[in-house]
Design a protein around this ligand. Sequence first.
Ligand SMILES: Cc1cc2nc3c(=O)[nH]c(=O)nc-3n(C[C@H](O)[C@H](O)[C@H](O)COP(=O)(O)OP(=O)(O)OC[C@H]3O[C@@H](n4cnc5c(N)ncnc54)[C@H](O)[C@@H]3O)c2cc1C
Length: 389
Amino acid sequence: MTTSTADVAVLGCGAMGSAACSFIARRGASVIGIERFSRAHDRGSSHGHSRVYRESYHEHPDYVPLLMEAGRQWEQLESRVGSTLLIRCGVLYISTPGGQIHDGVLESASTHGLECRILQAEQLREEYPQFRVMDEYVGILEPNAGFIDPERAIQAWLLDAEQAGATIMENTPVRSWEETGDCVRIELDDGVVEVGSLIVCSGAWTSRVIGQLGVPLHPTRQVIGWLRPDDPGCCEIGRMPVWLIDTCGNEPYYGIPTWPDQLGPEGMKVALHGAGTPTDPDQEDGWVRPEEIERLRSEVLEHVPGAVGSMTHATTCMYTNSPDGDFIIDRVPGCDRTWFAAGFSGHGFKFSSVMGRVMSDLSLDRRTDLPIEFLSLDRFDPSRSGDDR
Ligand SMILES: Cc1cc2nc3c(=O)[nH]c(=O)nc-3n(C[C@H](O)[C@H](O)[C@H](O)COP(=O)(O)OP(=O)(O)OC[C@H]3O[C@@H](n4cnc5c(N)ncnc54)[C@H](O)[C@@H]3O)c2cc1C
């Protein structure tokens, strides 16, 4: 039985944990990242080769300052590792006025002075003939938005962390952990890690890793697929931005265009940003039933008839839903030196670059200047009333 020691351990090296390892190591602290699977694996929430990056955040304008920092941190990572990770090809929201996405995007854009271009139905049809556009639809094009390949990003953060001195343990599940006086003791199958502070970034497994969270987190199974159009040009980057269609209060569909450097399955990635089905993260195997694939294909083609073609691949990925759909970043209840970041509710990846910095600040300074108060656990405290985010 070996005992390793470090200033900080990061439990889970997916999106958030890999970035945290990099920030902590680059501040000169010793850090051990502990990951139960291999790096950039496909068993959690961070696979599928694309994640939408957008700044005019319809979920709430409070997220925008974090996104501004996230964008800066993605660019700095790109220059350190020497490759492009964030592809700013634009995001096109097609929605109806009065809907959450339409109104939320415009509110965030006007509150924070972000660039957006409005396209009325006729203009939308002219510029983007792939889409079926009803007269009541409005397009909002956010030119600085785009997408990131999550597997490449996680590899980049971990490489960046290792170059700064981090140790990354792969295929190493954490079996238990506890605070003992002035350290945190972490039990592995064949060893122990003792650290000054612990960061838990365990995604869909968080309720199992932190028994005393006190707030339910619900993992759900989400289906994603890749559609190869008969006319491949109609979905190529340049002719198609990332798109998100929110009509008549239905759950929105979205798609990522094909691009020259694309890894993974062939075609335009498509999915529903919806409720998903409850799942057990230890049982999720990526299997998608043929009827689910056909439903996804036909519903996407309802909105994007120009992409008529066949599905090349489909799989699943997990959301970890908090009760209100907002992230939870805080100290673990009853602990002094253990922090967690969880409940990313299907929209967290774009923030992983700023969450790495937040978690590094919390573990090393016990505080951060970044505006995360609205993400604290005490918003679920029943003695607090009203929305004072
Ligand atoms: C289909 C889909 C589409 C999405 N689209 C977008 C999008 O377009 N834009 C966006 O911003 N976000 C999107 N998201 C959400 C985003 O991907 C997630 O919020 C984010 O990846 C969550 O990162 P995480 O670090 O919390 O989880 P993960 O990346 O899953 O990392 C958790 C890690 O903890 C490890 N772990 C768990 N338990 C243990 C243990 N006991 N010991 C050691 N390691 C452990 C796991 O193996 C895993 O690697 C999407 C998610 C899905 C599923």
